[in-house]
Design a protein around this ligand. Structure first.
Ligand SMILES: *[C@@H]1O[C@H](CO)[C@@H](O)[C@H](O)[C@H]1NC(C)=O
Length: 525
């Protein structure tokens, strides 16, 4: 117990020291002006993926026109956002022309819809997932690989008729909540280029919210399908474990427990597309596991506004407001009159529990073998600017090495605590209820600030440890136009309920807002 207190004190002091080192950064920042990405001019870019698919199979719209339009938009915004790792525009255009063969075949509209629900619709893929023939380095200079075959999830969307346009940027090995690496550099937030897009599905978030992508695939081990979507005002769903195959992701891990905490999932600009894409990505034999969504008049709403822990920052007023707006709305359409805050103590140590849980997974592919062998040498290289890797990758190695000093009883207690949290949550979280809580303590920060708030990510990572599905839903914006999202969490395999609630929240609050749409906040700056 005393050891734990000293440890927490140390971490707290370290966080404060980091603030101090940031002083020069704060000064430099004063000289950067607010700039967002260019506005969207082509109306085609505002259509949902399901509308695009509908119009393409009805021959009202050519897939080639849609794909061309997206290629133009990507080429327009990418110099500002730096979100693309490698594209396949030529092949995509060729595939779009091939779509005509199916549209003009013997198949009628309904048959096309059943067999190819995404026929002719462009999609973007997070760079850590394998897309045959495209860069699969996951931001790592030392890896630098081309994928030989598609990841399972990519195969599913291709089979549904979607056309892959590109692979998007990730942090090195997905080990960061800021999308930056030595291969591509840093990806920027379309609403304010000075700010982070979060990570690790940051390239996807940036493209979706700038109107350069309509649907995509990402992955999540500690918030990666939710934090970037919250920072960029779009939708992301971290599924329940094992519904969607994680095969073909780098990094991967041979351990049995890996798919329990790590998930591949859908991301989108519109909530209705999120549900559709999710259904397409689920492995057919897992469909029977999914619970039916209920009528929202029967919904029971639980919420949590803030985790109080000295290592976690306070939740901003805007974030609290987003949670309460969503909760009040859901309460207003429900007839159950169950709407209550859960005991905040339950998730007090969410970050500590989930981080230790993740650190205990052996054999996750990374720069080092075993328990961080050679991490200290690499750290020395890093200090002298001689490393080809980045701080977070080396930091993970160091943490793995030092994890051997964590007493066995401490690890056991963490696992036990997580099991207790799970059973306590499941006492009230059934297939008719959701838990609403923040994705993060505030809106997107300037680049690099992630290192000052490492423990704030527990709001998301705890649901990886628990194996609960969670959907990131954009609800409001700050006075300077930055999006604020919330999480809608369900009991295991109640993904459809989370996605139904997401659609309702989009209907009520409008969801995604195009960058540069609201010139008021631009003029203020
Ligand atoms: C992957 O992409 C990066 C950035 O564009 C590039 O530098 C690297 O050479 C690519 N790797 C391969 C194997 O093509």
């Amino acid at each position: 117990m005393a050891g734990e207190k000293i440890f927490r004190g140390l971490i707290w002091s370290l966080q404060k020291i980091i603030w101090f080192f940031f002083i020069p950064v704060y000064i430099v920042r004063l000289f950067y002006k607010h700039k967002s990405c260019p506005p969207i001019k082509n109306d085609l870019l505002f259509l949902t993926a399901s509308t695009l698919a509908y119009k393409i199979r009805k021959k009202e719209l050519k897939s080639e026109t849609v794909v061309k339009c997206y290629i133009e938009r990507i080429s327009e915004v990418n110099p500002h956002l730096n979100a693309v790792v490698e594209d396949r525009f030529r092949e995509a255009l060729e595939e779009a022309r091939q779509v005509e063969n199916i549209v003009n075949s013997k198949l009628d509209e309904q048959e096309i819809e059943e067999q190819y629900p995404l026929l002719g619709v462009p999609i973007t893929i997070k760079g850590s997932l394998a897309v045959e023939g495209l860069n699969h380095s996951t931001g790592m200079l030392l890896r630098n690989k081309i994928a030989l075959k598609d990841a399972d999830a990519v195969k599913r969307v291709k089979e549904a008729g979607a056309i892959v346009l590109l692979v998007s940027n990730t942090p090195e090995l997905c080990l960061n909540w800021e999308t930056t690496n030595k291969l591509i550099g840093t990806t920027r937030n379309p609403y304010d280029l000075r700010r982070t897009v979060g990570g690790s599905s940051g390239g996807e978030a940036s493209l979706l919210s700038s109107g350069a992508s309509i649907i995509g695939i990402g992955s999540d081990i500690a918030g990666s399908l939710r934090i970037p979507m919250h920072y960029c005002g779009v939708w992301g769903h971290k599924p329940s474990p094992r519904l969607i195959s994680v095969e073909g992701h780098y990094p991967s891990c041979p351990e049995e427990e890996w798919p329990d905490v790590f998930q591949v999932g859908p991301v989108s600009r519109y909530a209705s597309d999120l549900a559709m894409l999710f259904e397409i990505m689920v492995e057919p034999e897992m469909k029977s596991k999914l619970k039916k969504p209920i009528d929202l008049t029967k919904l029971k709403v639980y919420y949590l506004t803030e985790i109080r822990n000295i290592l976690v920052s306070r939740v901003s007023t805007d974030t609290k407001e987003a949670v309460s707006k969503a909760v009040l709305h859901l309460e207003s359409i429900s007839k159950t009159s169950v709407c209550q805050e859960i005991d905040p103590k339950l998730l007090k140590f969410a970050s500590e529990h989930s981080y230790l849980r993740l650190l205990m997974i052996d054999n996750v592919e990374n720069l080092f073998s075993g328990k961080g062998e050679g991490a200290h040498l690499e750290f020395l290289r890093l200090l002298f600017w001689m490393s080809k890797s980045v701080f977070t990758t080396v930091g993970y190695g160091l943490l793995r090495w030092w994890s051997r000093v964590i007493p066995e009883r401490c690890v056991k207690r963490t696992f036990k605590d997580i099991a207790v949290i799970k059973s306590k949550l499941l006492e009230f979280l059934d297939d008719q209820s959701v838990l609403v809580l923040p994705v993060f303590t505030r809106e997107a920060s300037p680049h690099g600030d992630v290192y000052k708030m490492l423990f704030n990510y527990g709001y998301c990572s705890i649901f990886n440890s628990l194996g609960f599905p969670s959907t990131c839903c954009p609800i409001t914006r700050t006075s300077d136009g930055m999006p604020i999202g919330i999480q809608v969490v369900g009991a295991p395999n109640c993904d459809r309920l989370c996605l139904t609630v997401a659609k309702e929240l989009e209907r009520a609050f409008g969801g995604w807002v195009p960058p540069s749409a609201d010139n008021n906040f631009l003029e203020m700056k």
